[in-house]
Write a protein that binds this ligand. Structure first.
Ligand code: FAD
Ligand code: SF4
Length: 453
């Protein structure tokens, strides 16, 4: 896919990837073999009829192609940009055995963007309202998908969102240069047109409890509150000035527009030399954001090698093109401060890789050597975990691990009428897996409501 010049894009927030041209899309669509038993579909958590949408592109029917995707996925312009297709549909494509897989994600993005560019009007969706009210807590991909599917089935859906803007991580976590806000806004507007109400600034568990929502008017609740609390390394110096946790750093910039301070109220510390700790998408987003805030040097400090990095391949490649340096086989052991309590360096153990661990990756172990990087800011991006605000207020709810909600495959919890899905039940995962969970839960909620009659 075409992308903007790294030297220009590393200092602004405009979108990096430019998508396929019409000619490129049609050429790529012709590569698809239209398999009778398509392996790509088995790799898609929402089971989009991939050969059918690609066949429509091949025939020049881009609107028809988008229509096929929308039967399964209400957020195609988002998924076409951020889904890890290389591990899902594309990773399963039969062509990947001999050559390159069909660029399914790029084709999905192409049809979604084509609709935006052609300024096509939305086709009206016919819905038969049943007057039954369902509450959805959290407006990330899990909540939005559950809400859209329930609305299409006729339910009166209200989403309660703690922040002042809907979208979950799509809005507060993933930066504009990867997923423009206008795209998210447009997809959410389509969901609102199905009749879904979104109430923002409403922290369920604080403003109102789930029990109160159920007692008042809602017959069932879907909990999709994500896993937004930061994980700590618990090393000395983590509380120094200029140590950020990635979710806070990214929220300041993405949601609160701190890069436009003082035009916007929220500030963010702009540093010269930044170390970002972690190797996932969150680390890449934080590093590339720090670069755009004007850093001279940005390091990604990761304890394994590039091969084991859990981020998308495209993200690490884009980061490197933008001048971000990977410091591999390095594990921070201390953040060193100056006499005023500000970060001045980070001390790391040099690591070696040993046997494979339960994640299937080789386990890092200290080599006995250490080194120091001079930096004036450290951003921790070692993962997120469950936020207890909501789950602690639901009495008798079964949890697992670090406070995640226990559900069956369809999102059913141990409490009748309460369903859950996305990162709050799986732990931090992906946009499309959260959407898959929202879809299954919508079906299960429909079944539950029908069983009450
Ligand atoms: P979330 O998106 O976390 O949404 C939960 C929502 O619930 C939030 O809006 C939150 O404010 C709200 N909420 C929380 N508590 C309450 C409450 N008590 N009351 C009301 N509302 C509440 N995945 C990919 O597939 N590709 C990527 O490129 C990618 N990049 C990522 C980059 C970053 C920086 C991060 C943090 C994650 C990334 N992910 C990516 C992971 C992906 O975004 C998540 O797996 C996905 O968003 C989970 O969806 P969700 O709906 O479960 O939760
Ligand atoms: Fe086309 Fe690949 Fe899917 Fe086969 S597996 S239908 S070639 S995209």
């Amino acid at each position: 896919m075409r992308a903007r010049d790294p030297q220009k894009r590393r200092r602004d927030f405009k979108e990096v990837a430019l998508g396929l041209t019409q000619a490129q899309a049609m050429k790529e669509a012709k590569r698809c073999l239209q398999c009778k038993k398509p392996k790509c579909v088995a790799g898609c958590p929402v089971e989009i009829d991939i050969p059918k949408f690609i066949a429509a592109i091949k025939a020049g029917d881009f609107k028809g192609g988008l229509g096929v995707i929308r039967n399964y996925n209400m957020l195609p312009a988002i998924c076409g940009r951020v889904c890890p297709q290389e591990n899902q549909c594309q990773g399963n494509c039969i062509l990947s055995k001999k050559s390159k897989p069909v660029a399914i994600g790029a084709l999905e993005r192409f049809v979604a963007d084509y609709e935006i560019k052609s300024k096509a009007k939305d086709e009206p969706v016919t819905i038969k309202p049943n007057g039954i009210k369902i509450a959805v807590i959290g407006s990330g991909p899990a909540g939005l998908t559950a809400a859209a599917d329930l609305a299409k089935l006729g339910y009166e859906v209200t989403i309660f969102e703690a922040l002042h803007e809907p979208g979950g991580v799509l809005t507060y976590g993933i930066p504009e240069f990867r997923l423009p806000k206008a795209i998210i806004h447009r997809e959410i507007e389509r969901i609102k047109k199905l009749g879904v109400k979104i109430v923002v600034n409403w922290v369920v568990g604080r403003t109102e409890t789930i029990e109160e929502l159920i007692a008042e008017e809602f017959r069932a609740v879907f909990v999709g509150v994500g896993a937004g609390s930061p994980k700590y390394m618990k090393i000395p110096g983590e509380n120094l000035n200029n140590v950020y946790f990635a979710s806070e750093f990214l929220t300041r910039v993405n949601l609160m527009k701190a890069h436009q301070f003082p035009a916007y109220d929220t500030p963010v510390k702009r540093a010269k030399r930044v170390a970002v700790v972690g190797g996932g998408n969150v680390a890449m987003d934080a590093a590339r954001t720090a670069m755009r805030l004007g850093a001279e040097k940005v390091y990604i400090v990761y304890r394994r090698t590039e091969e084991e990095m859990p981020c998308r391949l495209e993200e690490v490649e884009h980061a490197k093109e933008e001048g971000i340096e990977l410091v591999l086989l390095a594990n921070p052991k201390e953040i060193i401060g100056d006499e005023r309590g500000y970060v001045k360096a980070i001390k790391c153990d040099k690591m070696i890789l040993c046997e494979t661990d339960e994640s299937g990756r080789r386990k890092p172990s200290c080599s006995g050597e250490e080194f120091i990087l001079d930096v004036d800011q450290v951003i921790m991006a070692i993962g997120q975990t469950s936020n207890p605000i909501l789950v602690k207020t639901i009495s008798g709810l079964d949890l697992w691990g670090a406070g995640y909600i226990k559900t069956d495959y369809d999102g059913k919890t141990n409490i009748p009428g309460i369903f859950a899905g996305g990162d709050i039940s799986t732990g931090a995962a992906t946009v499309i897996s959260a959407m898959g969970a929202g879809k299954r839960a919508a079906r299960a909620i429909d079944g539950y409501i029908k069983s009450l009659r």
